[in-house]
Design a protein around this ligand. Structure first.
Ligand code: 13P
Length: 263
């Protein structure tokens, strides 16, 4: 039996002070919920302050990205070694925004080329995180044009296989996959729950092929893309959807608490 997991991806929204206020308000509402795993992923600069606030609660801490080298002349980068010092239990990798594949949101002209995640960089990041016992949350998902030509399965399979190349399956028991169709991110255009379930079941099959059936049964597969309090229950009720990766709606303490309660 897989424990449900709900992850809030705050993206580049709250400052450290705003993030502290948000998590304080949120913790008050989920204080009694011990049968669901909850993670918040603040921007790096908010991690130290949020960590102090979640320390003795059931809310776990995650980061939004990582660089694969341990240390060195990599200006602006943050390593898994550094995240482990702040007790980050989880880290998102391969988010479509980091891959330069935006959903409903068009990045300002001239900024798109700064986002250049590939399957190979995702793979390096996953290996670095596993070395420090940080659970990777691997994001996969197709764009609208890819879906319209029937390439959803091909894209997510390539992303999962690329991310896990050369990784020892025995290291993957805390690994999480998030199916985030790019066209559903930040658009309000949620994937139909039955269709999200179909793709998540397909992803579980790919994990079974890369590793084995036991691992595939234990790995948690989340859905992300316009999850809201109104649609969370139906999405999380699907057999192969083990919770959600929530963007915009995780920035509202009440709404995010309602989403967690749906799980
Ligand atoms: P929204 O929930 O705002 O659509 O964002 C989803 C997402 O990208 C989470 O990582």
């Amino acid at each position: 039996m897989r424990t449900k997991l709900v992850v809030g991806n705050w993206k580049m929204s709250p400052t450290s002070r705003e993030g502290a206020a948000l998590v304080e308000a949120f913790i008050k509402q989920v204080d009694y919920l011990w049968d669901v795993d909850i993670v918040v992923c603040p921007p790096y600069v908010a991690i130290p302050r949020v960590r102090e606030l979640v320390k003795d609660t059931q809310v776990k801490l995650g980061a939004q990205d990582v660089f694969w080298e341990d240390s060195g002349a990599f200006t602006g980068k943050v390593s898994a070694r550094m995240l482990s010092e702040f007790c980050c239990d989880y880290c998102i990798v391969g988010h479509s925004e980091a891959r330069g594949r935006f959903g409903g949101y068009e990045p300002p002209i001239g900024t798109r080329e700064y986002f250049s995640e590939t399957d190979e960089t995702v793979n390096r990041k996953i290996k670095a995180l596993l070395y420090y016992s940080i659970s990777p949350i691997l994001c996969v998902g197709e764009t609208k044009p890819e879906r319209s030509v029937g390439e959803t399965e091909k894209v997510v399979e390539r992303q999962v296989r690329g991310a896990l190349a050369g990784v020892d399956p025995s290291e993957l028991y805390t690994f999480v996959v998030a199916y985030e169709p790019v066209w559903a991110i930040g658009t309000g255009d949620t994937c139909d729950p039955g269709e999200a379930e179909r793709v998540c079941a397909f992803i579980r099959g790919v994990v079974a092929g890369v590793a084995d059936q036991d691992l595939a049964e234990s790995v948690r597969i989340l859905y992300g893309g316009s999850v809201k309090p109104e649609n969370a229950r139906e999405l999380f009720g699907q057999a192969n959807i083990d919770g959600g990766l929530v963007g915009g709606a995780s920035l509202d303490a009440d709404g995010f608490a309602r989403i967690v309660m749906s799980a």
